[in-house]
Design a protein around this ligand. Structure first.
Ligand code: BDR
Ligand code: CA
Length: 303
């Protein structure tokens, strides 16, 4: 499977990348970086740090450093740490980004591997929206699109109550992407809340894998204080939807778009009657995913 991952490289993005890097048969043909959880240069550095932790290489393409319609950014450092990667103390990666911007790279890779590229978007959709402007045939050129984004019951995780972070960070881009792709698979915030990584599993992984422990500490402390049932793993769940369709238990086809206006609703995912252009993953076999995740971490990180 040929994979292109677009990411704003926070903690759960890093875990999703490790899930892909540690799964046999997955070829990471490129990683696009987009401003989101933290600023773009930090995102790029974080991607290289994850690749270095796994002892792997992949081309990393810097992308958009702002949304299509610039507005004050809401960052997610309370969740991911000031550096976006759990305030990682020792950094060891050499940072060697490609010269090609992420949007152009995605178009070129899609043309190089027509019908083969599976695209997984884990951050704001700015790079994908730009790629669509460069090449409107992009949806026909890729094999599928999997997005972590939206809150299907309008219970978001941002200051705009109805909006999820990735869609709130660039509503115009999210709307353009949903309008252009005939069948986007969406892994939403409510599905994230329904599939926490239980704390006993988190503790076991933290004990076994030092890199996992180093990057998840800030997030685990924050969520522990909030009393969640485990570590929230939105991006690994989206990655799992792309890599392990056999683990899926429930999905709902729907019309989907994004609201662009409103104090509480700008960036909100809107679903309902209309031509079906998205499928929302509602349930995943969590024990099955945990087994694959632990095996992937062992493969990627050793131990
Ligand atoms: C999304 O926002 C980011 O903070 C996470 O990495 C994830 O992609 C969850 O709303
Ligand atoms: Ca993300």
């Amino acid at each position: 499977m040929k994979l292109f991952v677009d990411t704003d490289a926070g903690v759960d993005d890093a875990l999703a990348l490790l899930l892909a890097l540690g799964t046999p048969g997955v070829e990471l043909v490129g990683v696009g970086a987009v401003d989101g959880n933290v600023a773009l240069p930090r995102v790029v550095a974080n991607v290289f740090e994850v690749l270095a932790a796994a002892g792997r290489e992949a081309p990393v393409y810097p992308g958009a450093d702002r949304p299509l319609v610039p507005e004050p950014r809401e960052r997610a450092t309370f969740f991911h740490g000031e550096d976006g990667l759990g305030n990682l103390k020792a950094r060891r990666a050499t940072i060697r980004p490609e010269a090609t911007p992420a949007a152009l790279a995605l178009v070129e890779l899609a043309k190089k591997h027509p019908g083969e590229l599976r695209v997984v978007a884990l951050g704001p959709l700015t790079n994908l929206a730009l790629a669509l402007m460069l090449e409107p045939r992009l949806p026909e050129l890729v094999e599928g699109l999997f997005v972590m984004g939206g809150a299907h019951a309008a219970r978001g995780n941002t200051k705009r109550l109805a909006a999820e972070f990735n869609f709130a960070a660039d509503p115009e881009a999210a709307r353009a992407v949903l309008a252009a792709f005939p069948k986007t698979t969406l892994l939403t915030w409510e599905t994230t809340l329904a599939h926490p990584l239980p704390w006993e599993v988190h503790d076991r992984l933290a004990e076994r894998f030092p890199f996992y422990r180093a990057i998840t500490g800030v997030t685990a402390r924050y969520l522990g204080e909030k009393g969640t049932a485990g570590l929230l793993i939105p991006d690994p769940l989206a990655m799992a939807a792309a890599l392990f369709p056999e683990l899926e238990r429930e999905r709902e086809p729907t019309f989907a778009t994004v609201e662009l206006c409103g104090e509480h609703a700008r960036g909100m995912l809107v679903t309902g009657r209309g031509p079906e252009n998205a499928e929302i993953v509602l349930a995943i076999d969590l024990p099955g995913l945990i087994a694959r995740f632990e095996a992937a971490l062992a493969h990627a990180l050793g131990g």
